[in-house]
Design a binder for this molecule. Structure first.
Ligand code: ADP
Length: 394
């Protein structure tokens, strides 16, 4: 397919966008509007910066369109708009052409993602008004995980919660996992549906996903993006009785504990820093809390890798991606320490060599290839959007 897809990722106070050219598979423009509805608003469109207040997403998007009109590139070649939507619940398991009914359904899913879905929807509504003649497609973060079998997505809780309240594992980072696991198969020169991989998406948020033959079969996040690996400010796995315990001994409310587990925990909670570069600086300065925080971080990743080796039976590739996974050789090596009995090893020289390309960092002949693959969620959204539109035209 040719033409261009405008990819929009609307957050609660921001709009990020990319214009992607399908033929060259490259972006031709990118930018963002920050602090919508707050003071100190900022629009960045390529090299152009505009500082002013953007009272609403509507105004933000209007400013983006004005920036395109004034500074280019032209939007005349845009054939579709792709929207990132965080939570698709059990209903949305594929990229979906947006109409009023789909908008309503995304709204109804808001209890599952109260911070994200309403913001995503706001962006969709504004963009549909701005581009009424174009197809708009929603690409869901949860969709790639729709193939997780019931035994891996069902929580052992009263059946009414599962049946009536939507309680189950959904998982997130699916767009990223889909993209990097496919790129990993390409890098290995093997058909996607024959490759088993474990994707380690280590950014501010972090997750592990087990992929069997191109299909997600387990992932570390759940009904919310809180469980699993240690993250910048999120705890990952804790005892589910923790809120009740803290309520008993410290009088904390469920809301207080939830907020603290999401915002004041993880690396930040353990050592006071959530930027991985700062955490390593503290480790090197001899800070014992930072050292322990990294040991917890590394151990948690290893434990998930071990679990997913068991889930998959055979693993062809371990794939590191996102800010930490792509850039931080020290964390990569820490995360896979002591796994040589499982055929998992990192080559010190390859791992340390800086690069922005997808690459192998395991030794030649290793049983399991360890790969670093820069993620590109926008390109994946553009591809899925284009594929959806092409399928509709057939
Ligand atoms: P988000 O989940 O917000 O999309 P990113 O994928 O951008 O996050 O990852 C952000 C994290 O990546 C931060 O913790 C940052 O410290 C880390 N990071 C970025 N560059 C490096 C680097 N060169 N070395 C170590 N960590 C890095």
């Amino acid at each position: 397919m040719t033409g261009q897809v405008l990819v929009l990722n609307s957050g609660s106070s921001s709009i990020k966008y990319r214009l992607i050219d399908l033929a060259s598979r490259r972006w031709t423009a990118r930018g963002l509007v920050e602090r919508i509805g707050e003071n100190g608003g900022l629009l960045v469109h390529g090299d152009v910066r505009v500082e002013r207040r953007f009272p609403s997403h509507e105004e933000g998007l209007r400013a983006v369109l004005a920036a395109f009109a004034e500074h280019g590139p032209s939007l005349d070649g845009v054939t579709a708009v792709g929207h990132r939507v965080v939570h698709g619940g059990s209903r949305f398991v594929e990229p979906t052409l947006i109409d009023e009914e789909v908008e309503r359904a995304i709204e109804e899913l808001a209890p599952l993602a109260p911070l994200h879905n309403p913001a995503n929807l706001e962006g969709i509504r504004v963009a549909r008004r701005a581009f009424p003649g174009l197809p708009h497609v929603a690409v869901f973060d949860t969709a790639f995980h729709a193939t997780i079998p019931p035994y891996a997505h069902t929580y052992a809780v009263p059946r009414e919660w599962t049946d009536e309240l939507g309680v189950r594992r959904y998982g997130f980072h699916g767009t990223s996992a889909a993209y990097v696991s496919r790129r990993a198969a390409e890098l290995l020169g093997r058909p996607y549906d024959e490759v088993n991989s474990i994707v380690l998406h280590l950014g501010n948020g972090a997750s592990a996903t087990a992929v069997r033959g191109g299909r997600s079969v387990d992932t570390s996040m759940g009904i919310t993006p809180l469980p699993g690996l240690v993250m910048g400010t999120r705890s990952g796995d804790v005892d589910p009785a923790l809120p009740a315990y803290l309520n008993r001994v410290a009088g904390m409310s469920v809301q207080d504990v939830d907020a603290a587990l999401n915002r004041d925990s993880g690396l930040l909670g353990m050592c006071g820093a959530n930027d991985m570069r700062e955490v390593w600086r503290l480790v090197d300065a001899g800070d014992p809390h930072a050292r322990l925080a990294m040991d917890v971080y590394g151990y948690r990743v290893r434990a998930y890798v071990g679990a997913y080796v068991a889930a998959l039976g055979r693993v062809d590739a371990i794939v590191f991606t996102a800010g930490v996974g792509e850039n931080d050789s020290r964390t990569r090596s820490l995360a896979l320490t002591g796994l040589s009995r499982l055929g998992i090893e990192v080559d010190a020289g390859r791992n340390a060599a800086p690069s922005r390309e997808a690459r192998v960092v395991s030794p030649d002949g290793a049983e399991v290839a360890v790969l670093v693959v820069p993620t590109d969620e926008e390109l994946e959204i553009a591809d899925q959007t284009a594929a959806r539109v092409a399928a509709l035209a057939r």
